[in-house]
Design a protein around this ligand. Structure first.
Ligand SMILES: Cc1cc2nc3c(=O)[nH]c(=O)nc-3n(C[C@H](O)[C@H](O)[C@H](O)COP(=O)(O)OP(=O)(O)OC[C@H]3O[C@@H](n4cnc5c(N)ncnc54)[C@H](O)[C@@H]3O)c2cc1C
Ligand code: SF4
Length: 510
């Protein structure tokens, strides 16, 4: 029987279930570069280079391996539907197999197409925890604890587990050993490891030229693209991280240093999210490094937690809560996104560094996304959907399924605390402890209100003053509310005035 195997742009690897049992002799691999998908938002040029180049590389590898490939390249009006119709006319497949899309709107689109074309949708294997299993676990719970989910996954897969069911090292969590400060880093002699960018090959160079021309008005520059785009390159990238940076991952996980972009992070999210790496192999290779004594348990557990814990958790929350999730606004935030998120032109050095970095590379590490950019958006009361759009546009690893819970749940607390029991709100103390950003800033972290003060200081208290009633019964923010309650009316007024004046200069409110 003649079949088509439809391979979506983020299913480019060994975990693609639709490829299981496929036969070179009868089956045709079908790929589409959908103009609509690539222009849905103003995506960063480097994200577009990654998506297009990785898909073209995968198609080329399969062609070289003897498969028949029907590839529909980007062109005016190329959509999934038009390409499917052209494919059917030419190849006349009796069945078209594809793996479940990873994003909700794609799932809806594919289900609609299945009414017209002979599509068979196969459950995805790109995650450790199947969607329905997570939904069954979460059903009926008012809020979810990542930690509970993480321990379940570790026990089920035996990741860092002893034979008697106890976690290796006697603890599930080594946060105390991790998260060293900027001062610790200086004391340790400023350890760092050079990460070499990947040199673009012919396919990538063609894609860079295409993106620079067709998406010239999108943020970032296609030139300077630096990531792997195929399986071989992705495995090399992973192995380089494990050999050179995994040991330092735990202690320096939250560190931010001006001019040092990647530090000890893996930067595997752009690759794992396209299927070029599997979550299981990333975890297993890190555990093997621990077994061989090449990385300490605290670092390896921290890394395993990110993938088996957080990554699976945000995917589970997404499929549990969509389609309504992307509309949540639990804190009733209405402010427009400040224009400097697209230019980097702000006097706040921490924001300027992170925004300029993402404009140049399409990447920030987790703490920059959460505790600098996210913290500002939360405290300033920026509308969740505007913040979500910005994150989706800017990052090379951005996909709806991973952004939604991270931005709306973790960063903005817009889901009413469903996935994070307290807002990740912080004043300047956190940033000045974990980075050297404040050294180059026109604002002063030690000053609390007025034109010289670090805006995070008064925005933090203004945030809790605005939401005092809402959080009154949340024990996890009890300390902050108690301190707020001790502030005099004059202090409260100075906070509110500073916050209002500052926000009026950077954003327009609705
Ligand atoms: C506001 C915000 C937006 C984010 N947007 C994305 C996104 O679009 N795509 C994305 O893959 N991750 C996103 N994350 C999660 C995390 O910041 C990135 O996965 C991480 O920074 C990628 O860098 P890395 O590969 O060096 O990660 P490492 O720090 O080396 O961690 C290893 C891996 O763990 C996984 N991981 C860690 N934390 C998370 C998390 N919170 N959610 C999902 N996976 C996680 C990733 O696959 C990551 O590659 C976001 C987090 C925040 C707070
Ligand atoms: S002083 Fe405030 S605004 Fe400036 S870098 Fe430090 S935390 Fe950021």
């Amino acid at each position: 029987m003649k079949r088509a195997i439809w391979i979506l742009g983020d299913q480019l690897g060994p975990d693609n279930a639709a490829l299981t049992g496929a036969r070179k002799k009868d089956d045709v691999l079908f790929f589409v570069e959908s103009e609509r998908g690539l222009r849905k938002l103003k995506y960063h040029q480097q994200r577009l280079v990654l998506l297009l180049s990785a898909q073209r590389h995968f198609a080329e590898e399969m062609r070289k391996a003897g498969w028949t490939v029907d590839y529909h390249a980007l062109g005016r009006g190329v959509t999934w539907e038009s390409a499917l119709a052209a494919h059917i006319k030419r190849h006349k497949p009796e069945r078209i197999l594809l793996t479940q899309p990873n994003n909700y709107d794609e799932q809806v689109a594919v289900e609609k197409l299945a009414k017209k074309f002979p599509l068979e949708i196969i459950p995805t294997r790109q995650f450790l925890v199947p969607r329905q299993e997570f939904i069954a676990w979460a059903k009926g719970k008012k809020s979810l604890l990542m930690e509970t989910h993480y321990r379940r996954v570790r026990a089920e897969f035996g990741f860092l587990m002893e034979a008697d069911g106890q976690p290796v090292g006697g603890r599930w969590n080594f946060d105390e050993e991790n998260r060293k400060t900027f001062r610790d880093w200086v004391k340790a002699g400023r350890p760092q490891v050079e990460v070499s960018p990947v040199k673009p090959d012919k396919i990538t160079r063609e894609v860079i030229a295409l993106v620079a021309k067709e998406f010239a008005d999108h943020p970032g520059k296609a030139d300077g693209f630096w990531l792997p785009v195929d399986r071989v390159g992705a495995l090399r990238w992973l192995d380089d991280f494990i050999a050179t940076r995994l040991a330092g991952f735990g202690p320096w996980e939250d560190l931010m240093v001006e001019g040092e972009e990647l530090l000890f992070h893996s930067v595997i999210s752009p690759l794992i999210n396209l299927g070029l790496l599997t979550p299981r192999e990333c975890i297993e290779r890190a555990i093997a490094a621990y077994d061989k004594g090449k990385a300490p348990l605290a670092s390896v557990e921290g890394f395993v937690r990110q993938i088996a814990g957080w990554r699976e958790f945000v995917n589970g929350v997404y499929w549990l809560k969509m389609p309504d999730y992307e509309e949540v606004n639990g804190l009733d935030a209405r402010r427009a996104l400040p224009g400097f998120f697209y230019s980097g032109e702000t006097g706040m050095n921490c924001l300027r560094q992170c925004i300029n970095q993402v404009l140049a590379t399409g990447f920030n590490h987790h703490i920059q996304r959460l505790m600098v950019l996210g913290n500002f958006l939360l405290l300033a009361g920026v509308k969740p959907q505007e913040a979500l759009r910005w994150y989706l546009e800017m990052y090379v690893d951005a996909h709806d399924w991973v952004m939604a819970a991270n931005v709306l749940g973790m960063v903005l607390h817009a889901d009413g605390g469903f996935m994070a029991t307290k807002p990740y709100a912080a004043g300047s103390g956190y940033i000045s402890r974990m980075s050297n950003y404040c050294d180059g800033c026109r604002y002063k972290p030690a000053v609390k209100t007025g034109p010289e003060a670090c805006p995070f200081n008064y925005l933090y208290w203004d945030f809790y003053a605005r939401h005092e009633k809402r959080f009154a019964r949340n024990p996890r923010v009890g300390m902050a509310l108690k301190t707020l309650a001790k502030k005099t009316p004059a202090e409260r007024k100075a906070i509110a005035d500073s916050a209002r004046e500052f926000l009026e200069t950077v954003t327009s409110g609705a």
